[in-house]
Design a protein around this ligand. Sequence first.
Ligand code: ME8
Length: 665
Amino acid sequence: MEQKKTYYITTPIYYPSGNWHIGHTYTTVICDTFARYHKMLGQDVFFLTGTDEHGQKIEDKAKAKGVTPKEFIDPLVNELKEIWKLLDVKYDRFIRTTDEDHVKAVQKIFRKLYDKGEIYKSTYEGWYCTPCESFWTKTQLKDGKCPDCGREVKLEKEESYFFRLSAYAGRILKLYEDNPDFLKPKSRMNEMINNFLKPGLQDLCVSRTSVKWGIPVDFDPSHTVYVWIDALTNYINALGYTSDDETLFNKYWPADLHMTGKEIIRFHAIIWPAILMALDLPLPKQVYGHGWLLIGGDKLSKSKTDKISTELTDPHELVERYGCDAIRYFLLREIPFGSDGVYTNESLLNRINGDLANDLGNLVSRTTAMINQYFGGVLPSQGELEEVDKNLIAAANGVYDKVYKAMEALDCPTALTEIFRLVQRANKYIDETTPWTLAKDKENSASVSRLGTVLYNLAECIRISAVMLKPFLPECPNKILAFLGIDGENVKDFESVKTFGVLPAGTAIEKAQPVFPRIDVKKELADIEKLVLSRKEKEAKTQKAESSENKKEEVAPAQITIDDFAKVKLETGKVLTAEKVEKADKLLKLTVKTGDRVRTIVSGIAKSYSPEEMVGRTVVVVINLVPCKLRGILSEGMILCAEDKNGKLSLVTTSEETEDGAEVR
Ligand code: ME8
């Protein structure tokens, strides 16, 4: 199995959204695993990740907070880096699109493409969705709204630079034809061919004059480089492309693998290769579009976090509660690679209990405990082998090839399944050989030797499983190896797993502490639910307080004249009757006498006042409001209330007894 000497793997650069959730960690944990795995194959690995920091959305959010875009982004980037630390993600560079070297490189690339005639100036007209930072044609809109998020779009027309993407459809089809592995899984390649390449590509708008937070086109500074050339070129800029020192670029480019979520496959498998072709650069070896973590039927996503039921999704909290390895294991094992996978706290806890605490944890603690109990913590030697031993050893010897094959296919769940097959096989071997029965026959040297063989074989299976687990789980394999007297830090390749019988007899074996404590699932789920619900309640309150704060701020500057105010006719009214409105827990139907007139008013005060409390009260009524139907009842006015920050209402009334129908000014 001849290996290439270097291996370059990338994640997409992340939008600094701040709503970091476990779905975000998926791409990067996979990449970190492949990076560790390829290092252990003996390759010189470069692993890149980073952040995608420009665009209107960031500019708007920063403005709303009264800070500069950079001030807005910096803490979010730090949060993301903190998450990678918690998950023990070891990247070689964290590129930020605001990094000076990236900015310079983007400007050089833009100019290069312009000089070559690959970029030209024209006028852009399209429907723009600000939250998604996407332009749509009229036919792409869904009911006149953004087809991705369903929000309002606005028609924009402006002078722009365009990249001649339309010229590349044929070359990209040929690329797919010649390299069937270029884009995986295969279904994504079909999607690109049928939905985009065959219908023909359109030239791509690559600059904006209306967006200021971005990289200026240096030869035409009223233009800002728009998304594609800024974000996608990070993969070459991080290696010093166009800089004074292109050593890394020459060493690692082309990338071996761009790992991305399936929603950005079009950018990576069509636009990016076209840009590289235009620059006359070699193309990445492979692009992989993985599936999503779903909650309910929805993608866990930054703009829809309010939909996130009672699942705990914050990576900080999850790692704090269950540890880095448990979270990584879940991500790598549970989601069928290439497909979507549903995330629930229950499925996470079941994986921890089932695979890690029961299968792996039990094997380690039973074996090391027996070596301590029966052999005083000294590894016995392996004697003559029986059929059952040979069977186990064959399983252990086959695991490397199986994992290798799965990892070549980028299939972490299968690779882990293979390792855990060995773990389960070893547990079964304990039941088959019943070491405790052999131990009873202490005086019989054949039994003692047989017991030694069994425990030796088990220790070897643990060693092999732990070494194979190293790329996936950074912590527990080394802990397990330490029980067997091995310094896991020194195990830097897979050589030792290719031979069964590496552990020398006589090695001191420590009685293992539980590697993964069992979790009481029912109790834990109840605790999580309580935690999430109470937090949501708090958040709702703060939001309400903030929004009423904002309302006040908004109202304050919008001044009106005395004539404006005079348009509002207010009178005192006496509440004659009050009743609840059926199936509307906030509404009361009131009849209110204002002078000569008795009017019906539907009012949203039912949460603060009962019907009984209302009857007989003096209220202040807006009497010249256009009548409107609420729940089928014609409401002819509005009564005034004050609302505190918790949403509690208090009726506005007069301080002295006043007749109904008195004008309020
Ligand atoms: O797309 N399940 O950034 P991003 C699985 N800046 N993966 C998920 C996920 C989920 N629920 N939610 C997010 C961008 N991700 C662009 C990329 S690259 C030149 C520009 C993954 O912050 C997503 O699929 O929206 C992607 O791989 C990564 O998080 C960053 O997404």
